[in-house]
Write a protein that binds this ligand. Structure first.
Ligand code: CP
Length: 304
């Protein structure tokens, strides 16, 4: 039995096969419409979500399976004090596969260690968000043409943004990646990540002004400031609008630079940018569903 806790759980070759499968599902959906007949996905979300939960539910439904679950810890027996370990043992009796989001780092790993079914980490605190990374990588592969040999700017809340941490850990396995981290001092990427990059000899720089580095970027990965992870409102209010990508700033970028964002967006990308052909964040959403369909099939060992 296999779980997905981190994007590193799949080799780059396995990821390529997963993305090929996702592309095939996208092009020939009818072929997969009954692939999961009789199977059940449990979505156990202890934290809010729109994309991840609903794309998992859409993915399983489009594969012919069914979905059970909860979208709020308060409506589950976690509110009565039930542990994640006990909950997953119960869910294992009801479902064939589980996607779990939890505010505590490591909670889905604890669940996986006690589970009788494959568990997918759908985001754990400020730690990892591997299925968002699958969506990000597939978007880059499809729109940029290859995974490797590019300069990526990651901008915003690099301290608490779990999608950033997952994406960096996945990208270091590809050739010729250069990172530019763009953040205020307080929201810098964690030291364990910069130490890992230094150890591996992967080039990176840390800057504060987005405008200064924009012309160098092949892609720009914007993130929102993670309000829910701040300890005080005052700091959040001070930092939340530190970066706003608008058409004036985008004019400094290369004509083929991709603008990525895991969403939800708050203020960090002006809506006027949505009409620019370089804006790829709603395509990321679509790829996210197809790659989750491919992931469900892969973890359940279903071949079509
Ligand atoms: N990108 C992402 O994880 O969005 P949700 O929080 O809406 O699932």
């Amino acid at each position: 039995m296999r779980h997905l806790m981190s994007p590193m759980d799949f080799t780059p070759e396995e990821l390529d096969r997963l993305f090929d499968l996702a592309e095939n599902i996208k092009d020939f959906p009818a072929k997969y419409a009954h692939a999961c007949d009789g199977r059940i996905l449990a979505t156990c979300f202890y934290e809010p979500s729109t994309r991840t939960r609903l794309s998992f539910e859409a993915a399983m439904t489009r594969l012919g399976g069914r979905v059970i679950g909860f979208s709020d810890a308060a409506s589950s027996s976690a509110a009565k004090g039930e542990s994640v370990s006990d909950t997953i043992r119960v869910i294992s009796a009801y479902a064939d596969i589980c996607a779990m989001r939890h505010p505590k780092e490591g909670a889905p790993m604890v669940a996986a260690s006690r589970s009788g079914i494959p568990v997918i980490n759908a985001g754990d605190g400020g730690h990892q968000h591997p299925t968002q990374t699958l969506a990000d990588l597939m978007t880059i592969r499809s729109l940029h043409g290859k995974l490797g040999n590019f300069t990526i700017g990651l901008c915003g809340d690099l301290k608490f943004g779990r999608t950033v941490h997952s994406l960096i850990s996945a990208l270091v396995r590809y050739e010729g990646i250069r990172f530019i981290f763009i953040s205020p001092e307080e929201l810098r990427v964690p030291d364990y990540i910069t130490s890992m990059l230094t150890e591996k000899g992967i080039p990176y720089e840390e800057v504060i002004r987005l405008e200064n580095v924009m012309p160098q970027l092949d892609m720009l990965y914007m993130t929102r400031v993670q309000k829910e992870r701040f300890f005080n409102e005052e700091d959040y209010v001070r930092l939340k609008d530190f970066y706003i990508l608008d058409t004036t700033k985008l004019a400094l970028a290369r004509p083929d630079m991709l603008v990525l964002h895991p969403l939800p967006r708050v203020n960090e990308i002006s809506v006027e940018v949505d009409d620019d052909p370089r804006a790829a964040y709603f395509k990321q959403v679509e790829y996210g569903m197809y790659v989750r369909m491919a992931l469900i099939l892969t973890l359940l060992g279903i071949e079509v």
